[in-house]
Design a protein around this ligand. Structure first.
Ligand code: SF4
Length: 373
């Protein structure tokens, strides 16, 4: 597979060429693409002329950046930051003040019309946007100016996608998502609080490899990551189908790992690959539902953050229609206990396996295996 691709024998941190190609194959699987495109992905992301990434921060907590910076697997983080050519990131930038601003201006000028702009955080509009100022400029103006020079714009996280936590009622700073301040511009939303870093990485790499953005759904989310309901592939789904539910936190059903539907799980109305890709690198079962917490719909506009209760109570509220009446989802499908298992497909599982593999790449044991091979 590697014959046509000129790659270094290894990368700093112990990533071998073989590991790297497996990583590219996993990324292809995560984007629902055949393994045969892996060499093309490898070529695109090692091309010294690849477009750089500029990352701006608005009204947010930096959790999306932190999800990329997880310390457990520095090799993956190293790959991510090396391969996407992250030329400017406001909170990771070594320079500060005028130096940082000059670095941003230089990167924009020398990559005009080519660079990928990633925006993390919502955009405050109240009082002309004065509630978020960076480098003496209102953030809303920075977004408009930088986006005008970008080749592609990606809103990472739920705050950038549609306001998220920053826009919760009463929203005193008038926060909105990036798309609202860039009418007529295609903005890719990669929502989540935080989003799975591999979904962001795959979106960037799709653009670098094919020169275009991946297929998007009606909310401008990449279909490869947000095309299925969490409920479709949830590990607790057999319990849902057989009527085994936790009714209270800590009850017997909860301890036995039963379905969290009656604790307010939003998996049946939330589109994301959390149940297949899982989240974080800590191992199997490491995602909210896997750890016993109901999904609160963080990737959906209006499911989690826009609930007025969310801002005043840590306790999730029961999912609407939490009886055995069908849950109506966007596609117009009714999901009823016992009926929806048929919706689970091989494709989603394969995608999940690919992303989970990518997540494990930085694992030292796996590197050890590679070195022995
Ligand atoms: Fe999983 Fe939630 Fe669906 Fe139950 S309701 S199967 S916990 S996604």
């Amino acid at each position: 597979m590697t014959e046509d691709v000129h790659l270094p024998a290894s990368w700093p941190g112990g990533v071998t060429r073989r590991s790297f190609m497996k990583f590219c194959t996993a990324l292809a699987a995560g984007m629902a693409l055949p393994a045969t495109v892996a060499p093309r992905i490898a070529q695109a992301i090692t091309d010294p002329q690849r477009p750089p990434v500029i990352w701006l921060h608005g009204a947010e907590c930096t959790g999306c950046s932190m999800s990329l910076l997880r310390a457990e697997h520095p090799t993956v983080e190293k790959l991510i930051f090396d391969l996407i050519s992250l030329d400017f990131h406001e909170t990771l930038e070594a320079g500060a003040g005028h130096q940082a601003e000059a670095s941003l201006a230089r990167t924009i000028e020398s990559n005009y019309g080519k660079f990928i702009l990633i925006i993390e955080g919502a955009v405050p509009l109240q009082d002309s946007g004065i509630y978020c100022r960076v480098g003496g400029k209102n953030f809303v103006d920075s977004v408009k100016e930088t986006a005008a020079a970008a080749g592609a714009v990606i809103a990472v996280g739920s705050c950038a996608s549609w306001g998220g936590v920053a826009a919760m009622s009463p929203n005193p700073t008038g926060c909105v998502g990036v798309q609202e301040v860039l009418p007529g511009r295609q903005v890719v939303n990669v929502p989540g609080c935080p989003p799975n870093p591999y979904n962001l990485l795959s979106t960037i790499i799709h653009y670098l490899t094919f020169g275009k953005l991946p297929a998007l759904d009606a909310k401008n989310r990449p279909k490869f990551a947000y095309g299925r309901l969490i409920h479709e592939h949830c590990e607790r789904r057999p319990h849902f189908d057989n009527g085994r539910f936790a009714r209270e936190f800590g009850d017997e059903g909860h301890r036995l790992g039963y379905c969290l539907y009656y604790l307010g799980c939003k998996g049946p109305v939330t589109y994301a690959n959390c149940s297949t890709a899982q989240f974080g690198d800590a191992g199997s079962g490491c995602w909210p539902v896997g750890t016993g917490h109901p999904c609160f719909g963080c990737t959906e506009q209006g499911v989690g953050f826009n609930m007025p209760q969310f801002s005043t109570s840590p306790v999730l509220h029961a999912t609407p229609n939490a009886g055995h009446a069908p849950i109506t989802v966007e596609r117009g499908e009714g999901v009823t206990p016992g009926a929806a298992a048929l919706m689970a497909g091989v494709g989603g599982a394969a995608i999940g396996a690919g992303v989970v593999f990518a997540a494990k790449l930085g694992n030292k044991e796996e590197r050890h295996e590679d070195e022995k091979a």
